[in-house]
Design a protein around this ligand. Structure first.
Ligand code: GDP
Ligand code: MG
Length: 168
């Protein structure tokens, strides 16, 4: 039940000074940051992260190409977030892929209003500030791409017993 998931603050989030705000969204819900780095991501890393066979099949080759271009050699913040059912929960905190559809209260719904129609017409990936792993298989695969095992840190938060119900 305690899961680990990969989150990226994408270049638009870094450029807009939203790194702290985005990390806070996870911390304030009691989720634990167990890995964290800022990196200028080389093409090889981005190509591993956004697998052609996945994105091109679901969204078309065009979106994949634009994603690779948009993230290569750009500054991103990568983190591993741990908590109870963290994989779907972190997706919920991020909000829908299309910021236009993401409800207020989510990261994408509070800080962006980009939409597919606009982004497609401009030939760019929709700017949605964050990436979060979509399922258990992806989370395991993506964490390995961005972090070495010894870069993930085990520790207890002072409020952890309350989040995990170990206080009783
Ligand atoms: P995510 O898991 O919510 O990030 O969404 P996906 O894995 O489906 O897509 C990866 C990224 O591609 C998204 O975060 C967007 O930046 C971009 N993207 C997805 N779908 C579209 C689309 O239909 N049009 C455009 N322009 N960009 C898209
Ligand atoms: Mg995805």
């Amino acid at each position: 039940m305690i899961e680990r998931t990969l989150v990226l603050v994408k270049p638009d989030g870094v450029a807009r000074g939203l790194i702290g705000e985005i990390i806070s969204r996870f911390e304030q819900r009691g989720l634990k940051i167990i890995g964290l780095k800022i990196i200028k991501s080389p093409e090889s890393l981005i190509k591993k992260h956004y697998d052609f066979n996945d994105i091109a099949k679901r969204k078309g080759e065009f979106v994949w190409k634009k994603l690779i271009k948009g993230l290569t050699n750009q500054v991103v913040v990568a983190m591993v977030v741990e908590g109870i059912e963290a994989i779907p929960f972190v997706r919920k905190i991020c909000g829908d892929t299309e910021p236009r559809a993401a409800p207020p209260g989510t990261i994408r719904g509070d800080f962006a209003h980009h939409g597919y129609a606009y982004a497609d017409a401009k030939n760019i990936p929709v700017n949605n500030l964050v990436h979060a792993s979509s399922g258990a298989k992806d989370a395991a695969r993506e964490i390995k791409i961005w972090f070495k095992e010894d870069e993930l840190i085990t520790y207890k938060r002072a409020d952890e017993a309350w989040h995990y119900g170990d206080n009783i």
